[in-house]
Design a protein around this ligand. Structure first.
Ligand code: SF4
Length: 378
């Protein structure tokens, strides 16, 4: 199968989710892969009674997050000891692999914590460090309507608030095993005025001190700090990229779907912080993610263009709905059809070309989006 068809298959896996029947689920339980779920892991089905691998690898090393679904034209099947993704609509079957669980997952930090509970691997060599799995907007009853931070906590056998020592020790071990290509550091919203940037800076400084690294490749993602001086604090800690996720470009829809970000941060403040961050980090070194599927395509593409013009790289996460966030989004909210996403990724690719921008992360680590793969859809 050619790469273009496989990229379309990846899109379908993310859009519809992947159906796995019970006998296949049983066979998955003893695989040598990782099952630990990420901060915003997402399943349309109740998966609390069994383990679901975090991701699969299609041919050409195309990595895809598994979003387990009750009802999808895409199915994970097993035949003898082999696993496949079957696209029932197209009548095709593709052999898949599962990434092997890294050795450091079973090692312990000095306080006896299993390291998989502290840092998770995604794709080839992206280390996901979720410093906190809580969000202040949960307390303030103003979570982003699409957010799965609370339901994903149920799925996660991880430390919810990691301390500096746990993170640094785990990072060192993962690096020694060759899993550090870049980091994805994020958390729910912190209540403090720095929005967690001081703690994350301490973590980065300690990692650099302990490993001798001068710079840390990858990104730190938070909501913008109340005081912009903290943008400099995090820059001085040696991180490569800074990310403030606007999620929704349209002003009214931002208010509606991100009530906490709207009320306690403010859209205007986001833009001021983008400007300041680009001054400090440089054009192309600041990012903003959008949750695709909420707003009309025109408005989303306008948002990509406006931010790219400012030097901010737009990135995309594909919205999925489960019972919880469907209720929050509203009973009548429906995802746009799959063509919306094809158009979106084509346009995003053209914007990257126009502004000479590199898509975020890398092709081998981006399991939840196709920012690197829009060129195959053009
Ligand atoms: S800021 Fe919004 S998207 Fe992020 S964790 Fe909080 S509620 Fe979820």
């Amino acid at each position: 199968m050619d790469k273009k068809s496989l990229i379309e298959l990846k899109l379908k896996c993310l859009y519809y989710g992947i159906y796995i029947n019970e006998s296949t689920v049983k066979k998955l339980q003893n695989l040598d892969t990782y099952f630990v779920q990420g901060l915003f892991s997402h399943h349309k089905k109740d998966v609390t009674n069994y383990k679901i691998p975090n991701e699969i690898i299609l041919p050409y090393d195309i990595v895809v997050q598994i979003r387990n679904s009750e009802n999808s034209p895409v199915e994970l099947i097993s035949e003898e000891e082999k696993f496949f993704i079957k696209d029932k609509e197209k009548g095709i079957k593709v052999s898949i692999k599962f990434p092997k669980a890294p050795k450091f997952y079973e090692k312990l930090t000095s306080d006896g914590t299993k390291m998989y509970k502290v840092i998770q691997l995604t794709g080839k060599d992206c280390l996901k460090i979720y410093t906190s799995n809580y969000c202040e907007f949960e307390k303030l009853k103003s979570v982003c309507k699409f957010c799965t931070v609370d339901s994903s906590r149920r799925l996660q056998d991880v430390v919810y608030n990691k301390n500096l020592k746990q993170i640094v020790e785990t990072f060192k071990e993962a690096k020694e095993e060759g899993y550090y290509g870049h980091v994805m550091i994020t958390a729910g919203t912190y209540p403090t005025e720095d929005r967690g940037l001081v703690f994350i800076s301490e973590v980065l400084n300690e990692i650099r001190k302990e490993t001798g690294l001068d710079k840390i490749y990858g990104s730190v993602s938070t909501v913008p700090p109340k005081d912009m001086k903290y943008i400099e604090t995090i820059y001085n800690a040696g991180i490569e990229y800074l990310t403030f996720n606007l999620e929704v470009y349209d002003e009214k829809l931002f208010k509606k779907y991100c009530p906490g970000k709207d009320k306690y941060i403010g859209r205007e403040h986001y833009f001021k912080c983008y400007e300041r961050a680009v001054e400090i980090f440089g054009a192309g070194k600041v990012r903003s993610n959008f949750v695709a599927g909420i707003e009309p395509l025109d408005s989303l593409i306008e948002g990509f263009e406006v931010l790219a013009k400012m030097g901010v790289v737009p990135t995309v996460t594909m919205l999925s709905l489960n019972e919880k966030n469907q209720e929050n989004m509203g009973k009548d909210f429906k995802l746009p059809d799959i063509e919306y996403y094809k158009e979106l990724y084509k346009n995003l690719e053209l914007i990257y070309r126009k502004y000479n921008m590199k898509p975020a992360w890398c092709e081998k680590c981006r399991t939840t989006s196709l920012e690197h793969e829009g060129k195959y859809l053009l």
